[in-house]
Design a protein around this ligand. Sequence first.
Ligand code: PLP
Length: 393
Amino acid sequence: MQLAKRVETITPSSTLAITAKAGELKEQGYDVIGLGAGQPDFNTPEFIIDAAMEAAKAGHTKYTPTAGLLALKQAIIGKLKRDQGFDYNPSQIIVGNGAKHVLYLLFQALLNPGDEVIIPAPYWVSYPEQVKLAGGVPVTIATTEEKHFKITAADLDRAATAKTKALILNSPSNPTGMIYSKEELKPIADYCLKHDILIVSDEIYEKLVYNGNVFYSIAQLSDEVKANTVIINGVSKSHSMTGWRIGYVAADATLIKAMTNIASHSTSNPASVSQYAAIAAYNGPQESIETMRQAFEKRLNTVYPRLEALPGVSCVKPQGAFYFFANIRKTSDACGFVSVDDWSTALLDEQKVAVVPGAGFGMPNYIRLSYATSLTNFENALDRIELFIKKHT
Ligand code: PLP
């Protein structure tokens, strides 16, 4: 069958590929430790599940407005006011099937063929692919470990052209866990305003920040910056609700209307009961977020010293999210592998530990290890990685 050309340009998600391979090995009866998880290993809080069940029983099982229930938009507006002091109105909000889906809608609504979108590397695997699917051109900016994987206005200036339409910022970052400070964001925002570059701020890991680090939204800098920013967020990571598929965008009403039109002919509204669950998540008690945050922080602080002490491994201590992004190039070389990809495949084959190779994130010398797993699991995985390195050096 002759498939559409656009399919040829898309690379399958590397995070999902390793999870699939680890799953196959598990099915064959192997004791696999998966460090590929992109989701919190906690249950959705009980009161949120109850709200969804009550909504279903009350008959809220029909279509809703495409961009989401007004009550959910209001809950989101309340959250944005409470956490960042923002004022938004319902015409500036769209709710979709997860942050991934609203990002997809965004690029479909925004990009003409050839429009460029600047993406700092390492990046979340879906950004470049979604830009390409919309006919856009991803322009990556390579960052370094020394600069904590962050870009500056000078980097932007080198990457920007007359075709640059948008910049994607993801803080806290998947995969590095780095957080941009207010001071670091200011010159970036100024540059974008001056050159008419829309800022796409993916704030999905906002609530998962550790050891006194704080999240700051670039849109908080000024009303002008807020008007030039598209905020992406959702309940997946903050409320451990990845399977419910609820994410949202807060942005200019014209853009939201265009995204809503596209959604109206593709997905329609996100699941109605999930919307009721999300209303409870935003309007209800927020303590469960703190409990989960503390558990992640404890894991981070416990396992980081051991990970960093592995021979030939370097890793900047993450400030947020739930991933380590470790440079293992020296280890991989010392073990005699030609690439970190091969090192990772051999690690899974021999020691049954699944990590995600960095190539999919745009940094092939790195691996991503998720600590959205129990401390015991992570420590056992480190034992196996140590053994693997010893055997090969
Ligand atoms: N953005 C980033 C940086 C992510 O890591 C993820 C999920 O892994 C998403 C967006 C998508 O989240 P969801 O579609 O579950 O809301």
